[in-house]
Write a protein of this length. Sequence first.
Length: 361
Amino acid sequence: MNKKLIAAAIAGAFVAPAAFAQNSSVQVYGTLKAEYGFVSMPDHGTAGTSFKNWDGLNSGSSNIGFKGEEKLGGGMSAFFQCESDMRFLSGATVAAGSLCDRNSALGLKGGFGSVFVGRWDSPEKLAVGRTRLLEDTGWTGVTHMLFPESNRVLNSINYHSPNFNGFSVAVQTTSTNGASNQTAEGKKGRSNSFNVLYGQGPLNVALGYTKQDDNAASGTIDGAKDTSTSLGASYKFGPATVGLTFNQTKVDADGGVLGDNFKRNAWNLGVIYDLSGANYVWGGYTEAGDIKGTAGGADTGGKEWQLGFGHKLSKRTEARIGYARVSNDQNGDYTVGGTAATGMRLGSSSSVVALQLFHKF
């Protein structure tokens, strides 16, 4: 066969997919996070066992996603998104995941905003993310202390409004698929959430609320409900951005009559300060109050301090070093990074120094 024809065929095999990709509306995106933490849990372990210091790798909220859009005319578009966890660093084991197990949906959008169905962060979770400023997961994350009802909701029906002079709203409810597995008449397990956001210039304000009917969090009690309310604000003062977030969570395990109901308040303060060049420092403080109710008791709270330095290697890649310390009240059981600590003594403290590399694509 003519060598020129062979060369043309090989070149065509590579050029054709590239040309198709350029014309396609599908985009590939994602975030990779690698953290190497040196952890200290001096009071961790049952009697006679000591697990004082150890090191571990963590991939945080690493993800890969595919999204696309098709113009339908009249200013309206159809869109989809499929985002999946990339848990490539999980210590000794890799947690099971599935395709589209993060924010994934199919919907329509236009001048009216967007309407979509799928698995998606609750509006309250989106509101908290606007003012928390620092990491929610990973070695130095604070979600486990600040926002325990942090939800990425299955079978959700969503509406996100357009922006009106800085204001926007989002509303979410769920179908009652879960009722098909229940023997009790009338048990629905529906989750409802909304937020109201304002962002204009240096100021951001966010309010979020979630109510889970029939105690959707535990899925066991008819007529009960879980609620969560979050309020926060952030402001940029020159090189400094400061964010303050408050959350109140209530779990009503049986309608408030018997056992395992509780209420807990928590708040977080975060600061990011831009230095010269591509450098910045960050710090935070989170306090979880006592768990009040039959599931809690006195001195069940905890506190977390965060401090770190970051350098932007490019627009998409950052290197950081961070420190976090969790200090518990006498009966508290929080740990850095929300790490499970079987046999941990109540009231103990933990800390971590973490080397971090983040890349977005």
